[in-house]
Design a protein around this ligand. Structure first.
Ligand SMILES: Cc1cc2nc3c(=O)[nH]c(=O)nc-3n(C[C@H](O)[C@H](O)[C@H](O)COP(=O)(O)O)c2cc1C
Length: 160
């Protein structure tokens, strides 16, 4: 099984979290690919993979610039994504933006759910004002997430 991490970022914290996961979680899953969301559209979900949305929040609870086109594509394309299983890592800053904390990731979650995709586990959030190191906390969450959900996904996957 392939874990595909789609990254929405401006100042590269989310990318660093994804790359840390790529290095640390290689023993848990056959393949991990980190891909920036730049230039992507809804067809990225055509690939057979377990998806992880890892994105920051900007503006007033918006997704970063590099994630705008993908979110817009999900909003405009009537694509049924019933085959998609995904998790969400939502980065934000609760101290500075309490009203819109981590809403970038939550926007992706809402849209993917609307299109029939199934989220595995709860949305993970990172608060930049907390002092918690995003990479360390992200790795710990992802290892737990993969360990919890991969067995059922593998059992359900068609055998080659
Ligand atoms: C101009 C600006 C706007 C932001 N807006 C929000 C926001 O609305 N909600 C939130 O939770 N975090 C907000 N943040 C915090 C970022 O999402 C957070 O620092 C994140 O870790 C940055 O990730 P990145 O380095 O991958 O871009 C904002 C940060 C900046 C600089």
């Amino acid at each position: 099984m392939k874990l595909k991490i789609l990254v929405g970022t401006t100042t590269q914290t989310a990318e660093s979290v994804a790359q840390s996961i790529e290095l640390d979680c290689a023993d848990l899953v056959e393949q991990i690919e980190v891909q920036l969301m730049d230039g992507l559209d809804a067809s990225v979900f055509d690939e057979p993979a377990l998806f992880l949305i890892c994105t920051a929040t900007y503006g007033s609870g918006d997704v970063p610039d590099n994630a705008q086109a993908l979110l817009a594509s999900l909003c405009s394309a009537p694509t049924y994504l019933g085959h998609v299983r995904y998790g969400v890592m939502a980065l934000g800053d609760q101290g500075s933006y309490p009203m819109t904390f981590a809403m970038g990731g939550r926007q992706f979650d809402e849209k993917l759910t609307d299109l029939g995709a199934q989220r595995l586990g709860e949305v993970w959030t990172h608060d930049a004002s907390s002092g918690v190191v995003a990479e360390d906390a992200g790795i710990a969450w992802c290892r737990d997430w993969l360990t919890s959900h991969l067995p059922a996904l593998r059992a359900a996957a068609p055998q080659a």
